[in-house]
Design a binder for this molecule. Structure first.
Ligand SMILES: NC(=O)c1ccc[n+]([C@@H]2O[C@H](COP(=O)([O-])OP(=O)(O)OC[C@H]3O[C@@H](n4cnc5c(N)ncnc54)[C@H](O)[C@@H]3O)[C@@H](O)[C@H]2O)c1
Ligand SMILES: [Zn+2]
Length: 360
């Protein structure tokens, strides 16, 4: 694979390999790296229908039994019921501590499979093979794994690092336009977080990126993973505020997802609207100079992302934002940009300014 990043965590160190790989090379890498007693591939039904048989038959070449864990596509699968279902399936296969589980899919399968791997037999080795843009640039890096409860998203989970992350941007060709654009919201977030020419690159290269040219996506995904890995390295367990800067756009984005019932708005779409509103908030309170929000809006439009906030009563906004995990003592927290490349966590934004922004 042409790009390699080595991620060091408090648990372990593992490589992220990025590029035009093929399934046989992935299987050989898993065989050599883990020498597993068996391999279990976790997928949702959509991913299984596209890549299930090619992946499984390549993994069979390791010469060990290969099994599958399946779930319906969609956020509802990130549940305690599905985790229990997969634990039982692993028990039925007599999976031992030397087995390896491969999470092949988007963030839902990555989070669920990682959680099952973290908990079964007190921890199994697992490999992330992310197949959505969001999973390639975000959820497969950093070691957060977990499931949802009826009362909230990601309420049960753990930090559990994969032994290998294998990213082939060619699989993004089969992703829907809408899911691809939603992943671009997180890419654009990294550009605001770090700049480094990334913003200009995204502005200039939109035709090649939207055409999903793997030659362009490879270095782009590599750049995003490097930014995320660096942030996570500085704050592995989200204790000093650095990792929370990855939440730029997410205070308002999460509120939109929650108010719309996690169904009509994709996570990345919520983040896109949230980034514009939070940048306008930063401009309003004099933290950022005027102009950044408009530049961001133009870029998000280029990638077919929504920028206008939905209409909700202020009480609903406020209630939704009060549930944000970054808050301290009922004060709504925001990761706000002061300029391109500089985002910091703020706990002292006056609620009247927030109301003015979401009520426009
Ligand atoms: N762990 C973390 O740090 C972290 C970070 C961000 C998001 N997340 C989580 O990630 C989840 C969202 O992930 P997502 O956006 O990848 O959603 P997803 O996993 O639901 O995938 C989106 C859709 O795309 C389909 N799909 C996946 N790959 C495909 C491909 N190559 N071709 C065609 N279809 C494909 C899936 O079947 C699904 O229908 C959320 O649960 C969120 O909480 C976790
Ligand atoms: Zn996000």
């Amino acid at each position: 694979m042409p790009y390699r990043l080595d991620v060091t965590s408090d648990q372990d160190s593992y490589p992220i390999l990025i590029g035009a790989g093929d399934w046989t090379t992935l299987a050989a890498e898993i065989g050599v790296r883990f020498n597993p007693t068996q391999v279990v591939v976790a997928m949702d039904e959509t991913v299984a229908s596209i890549y299930g048989s090619i992946a499984t038959s390549a993994l069979t070449k390791i010469g060990k039994p290969v099994g599958q864990l399946l779930c319906p596509a969609g956020e509802a699968s990130k549940s305690a019921e599905m985790a229990a279902n997969w634990w039982q399936a692993l028990a039925a296969r007599a999976v031992d501590r030397h087995a390896v589980i491969v999470a092949l899919g988007g963030g839902v399968v990555g989070d669920l499979c990682g959680f099952v791997a973290a908990t079964y037999l007190r921890g199994l080795r697992f490999v992330q093979v992310p197949t959505t843009l969001l999973a390639q640039v975000d959820s497969s890096v950093g070691g957060k794994v977990g499931i949802n409860l009826p009362s909230g998203k990601n309420l049960v989970g753990s930090f559990w690092q994969p032994g290998l992350v294998w990213i082939d941007p060619a699989v993004l060709r089969t992703l829907s336009d809408r899911e691809f654009s939603a992943g671009m919201a997180e890419v654009i977030k990294y550009a605001v977080l770090r700049d480094d020419g990334l913003m200009t690159f995204l502005e200039e290269q939109s035709p090649a990126i939207l055409a999903r040219d793997p030659e362009v996506l490879g270095p782009l995904v590599h750049r995003c993973c490097a930014i995320k890995a660096d942030v996570v390295h500085q704050d592995p367990r989200e204790t000093n505020g650095i990792r929370a800067t990855l939440n730029f756009g997410h205070t308002i984005g999460h509120a939109i997802e929650s108010m719309t019932g996690y169904s009509s708005v994709l996570h990345g779409e919520g983040v896109a609207m949230g980034m514009v509103a939070e940048t306008r908030l930063a401009e309003r309170i004099g933290l950022a100079a005027p102009g950044l929000a408009t530049r961001l809006e133009d870029l998000l439009r280029l990638y077919q992302l929504p920028i206008d906030l939905p209409n909700f009563a202020w009480e609903q906004w406020h209630r939704a934002m009060l549930r944000d995990k970054k808050n301290v003592a009922q004060q709504v927290a925001f990761a706000l940009p002061s300029r391109l490349g500089c985002v910091a966590l703020k706990h002292d934004v006056a609620i009247g300014d927030v109301q003015a922004i979401v009520s426009c």
